[in-house]
Design a protein around this ligand. Structure first.
Ligand code: AMP
Ligand code: ZN
Length: 114
């Protein structure tokens, strides 16, 4: 997707602050962090929203969660805890239409979210 911000990051056209990369997954720091640690974990393949996931994407979505888990450990968030969030469409607050997992930590997260 040539007009997708996160695909441009995967393609190297835009260089985010990358904290993790493998064949299928890229993770980078959020430009507008909502917590002391705020990392976005994305699949390298363009998938616009959670609604577009198929059963064939089960392994890939698992890899997103496992990458977030690894990053939480690296950022020393594991014991205090952290939050993983995926927003979908307007009511979910999605603004970038390439799925991404938010890893948020370093402070207590309120509940319910706004
Ligand atoms: P969402 O609202 O769930 O779609 O999240 C999109 C996230 O992307 C927001 O938290 C933005 O701060 C973040 N974001 C937007 N542009 C960039 C960028 N160039 N680099 C890093 N994060 C970005
Ligand atoms: Zn994309």
């Amino acid at each position: 997707m040539s007009d997708c911000l996160f695909c441009k990051m995967v393609d190297g056209e835009i260089q985010p602050d990358v904290v993790y990369e493998d064949d299928d997954v890229l993770a980078f720091r959020d430009l507008n962090p909502q917590a002391p640690v705020h990392v976005l974990v994305i699949p390298k393949r363009h998938i616009a929203t959670l609604n577009d996931l198929t059963p064939e994407d089960a392994e890939l979505t698992g890899k997103l969660v496992l990458a977030a888990r690894e990053l939480a450990a690296r950022e020393d968030l594991a014991d205090d805890g952290y939050r993983l969030v995926m927003n979908c469409n307007a009511h979910g607050g999605q603004t970038v239409f390439h799925i991404h997992l938010h890893l948020l930590g370093g402070r207590p997260m309120g509940w319910p979210p706004g």
